[in-house]
Design a protein around this ligand. Structure first.
Ligand code: ME8
Length: 516
């Protein structure tokens, strides 16, 4: 039985439509999920929407909408975004479903049974935008009063609530970080969390009484759970928790992929809840950076909030995926603009890889009637190229295993560039009349190289790389297939005819409104 691999994204607040930051996270998680499937892992990939909380209530109220109806409508746009971007999720969870409520209540009861929940009175600061409680000492001065460390407004809150004994978990958490240096990545995030926990932990208010949009606290009328308690539980409820069914074989999660702003919830609160409930802890939390538009934070007032669907429409899904994963060093902030997308995609994807495949396959279609040539007369350069391509694919694999996505693609590109140097040096078109035996060897070498490169880059650009593989009739697409040296001869003997190729990665033009 294949080894399970469970990967999750954050579940997004559907208080508005999805933006490019949401798309970025989904794309990164998808590339990792696809990569692990190629490696033979039994992957479970979950994403979804986080539909409770005061922010949802207030947004719906301001729009004069029913909150449940509004959440359902907005959630459908997130699902649509995932489908548009070829996100291969296995489960799209919504926290308003009865099964999620049941799971959250079961977790609650386990924490309560362990003596970690008590009723008291909360008085302190709350940021609705972050759905987070803050300590007075964390606040900063803003022009119109106090702001959270994230720069969002805070309001004074006083109500009777349930508390979770977070303070009790300070040392167990520090022990956890020390024993598992990879639990929090990248290192900058890890250091930030350790500093925060070392500073001391207050017990956490985990229920609200001033509104009723949430999961009811079992046996405590008038209380709904603090939105983060139920939100974090999504990672379990999506597997069928509390039932110990088939889905639970994916637990513990291998990777919670989230943005840097919510690292504290995932690496302090979540493991503390799980420790309290006696449930195994996830293996890793990775806090990716923020995506900025031309170096600026996206905000409605700046008018630079871009719909990811529009970007996909303008540039293509593969191009957008490639750009985001290649441009941003994973874990750091990154910037995007139409010009940067066009420049990067044209140079690397269209000109370097797409053109390599297109040139080679159309030459075979035109001059050899689409038949793969026999091995011909090989020379040392052929073996050298294949070796370079194997090394490049292995570099991508090693880097992706370590979540270094941009470096992985960079390693892969070295194989692409080696092919382009080879094709220019060998000039198969010039050999057609003078030395067809040599031409055969060159074309065969290129087809083998293109196949390996296309398999390796599939997680990043599934449509284009898949189309190249379809065109050459390469069915097996897992990592073992990259090393299958006999593929070419079997394929040739099975007398497959390559179709007249269609460019897998077309060149992009700068949209006129941007170029102007
Ligand atoms: O935080 N660039 O939801 P959310 C990159 N519901 N990533 C970004 C981003 C940007 N500009 N803006 C947001 C929530 N994100 C909670 C999560 S999980 C149990 C509950 C990321 O809709 C953000 O860091 O505000 C988070 O990982 C995800 O998008 C959803 O953000």
């Amino acid at each position: 039985m294949a080894d399970p691999f469970y990967i999750t994204t954050a579940i997004s607040y559907p208080n508005g439509r999805p933006h490019i930051g949401h798309a970025y996270e989904a794309i990164a998680a998808d590339a990792i999920a696809r990569f692990q499937r190629q490696a033979g892992r039994d992957v479970r990939f979950q994403t979804g929407t986080d539909e409770h909380g005061l922010k949802m209530v207030q947004t719906a109220r301001a729009l004069n909408r029913d909150v449940a109806e509004y959440a359902a409508e907005m959630s459908s746009y997130f699902k649509q975004m995932c489908d548009t971007l070829a996100i291969s999720y296995d489960n799209f969870i919504q926290t308003t479903t009865p099964s999620h409520h049941r799971a959250s209540q079961a977790l609650w009861e386990k924490m309560e049974k362990n003596g970690d929940l008590y009723l008291s009175r909360y008085e302190g600061w709350y940021s609705v935008r972050d759905e987070a409680f803050y300590d007075e000492k964390e606040l900063v001065d803003g022009p119109d009063g106090k702001l959270s460390p994230q720069g969002t407004p805070v309001e004074w809150t006083a109500e009777e609530t349930w508390f979770f004994r977070l303070s009790k978990y300070q040392q167990p958490l520090l022990d956890l970080y020390a024993a598992n240096p990879d639990f929090i990545r990248p290192d900058s995030r890890r250091n930030e969390v350790i500093r925060f926990v070392e500073g001391g932990l207050n017990d956490l208010s985990v229920s609200r009484t001033s509104f009723d949009w949430g999961v009811p606290v079992p046996g405590s009328d008038g209380h709904v759970m603090y939105v983060w308690v139920d939100a974090l539980t999504n990672y379990l409820s999506g597997l069928g928790f509390p039932d110990d069914g088939d889905g639970m074989r994916y637990w513990p999660a291998d990777l919670h992929l989230i943005g840097k702003d919510i690292i504290r919830f995932h690496t302090v609160y979540w493991p503390a809840f799980l420790l309290s409930a006696g449930i195994e802890l996830p293996r890793q939390v990775f806090g990716h950076g923020f995506l900025l538009h031309r170096g600026e934070k996206m905000s409605k007032s700046l008018g630079n909030v871009v719909d990811p669907g529009d970007l996909a429409q303008a540039f293509g899904v593969d191009a957008l995926r490639y750009f985001l994963l290649r441009e941003v060093s994973f874990g750091q902030d990154g910037s995007y603009s139409a010009e940067a997308i066009v420049t990067r995609v044209n140079a690397e994807l269209a000109n370097a890889f797409g053109n390599l495949a297109q040139r080679t396959l159309s030459f075979i279609a035109k001059n050899l009637d689409g038949a793969l040539p026999d091995r011909g007369r090989s020379e040392e350069a052929d073996g050298i190229l294949i070796e370079e391509v194997i090394v490049a694919c292995a570099a991508l694999k090693a880097a992706f295993n370590d979540l270094m996505l941009s470096q992985g693609i960079e390693g892969w590109l070295r194989g692409v560039y080696a092919c382009n140097q080879y094709i220019d040096a060998q000039a198969p078109w010039a050999l057609r009349k003078s030395d067809p035996e040599r031409m055969n060897a060159v074309l065969g070498t290129l087809v083998r190289a293109i196949r390996m490169l296309a398999i390796a880059i599939l997680p990043v650009v599934p449509a284009g790389a898949g189309s190249i593989l379809d065109q050459i009739g390469a069915d097996a697409r897992d990592h073992a297939a990259v090393d299958d040296d006999g593929w070419y001869d079997r394929q040739r003997l099975s007398d497959v005819r390559l179709a007249t190729p269609t460019p897998a990665f077309p060149r992009l033009e700068l949209p006129p409104e941007v170029a102007a």
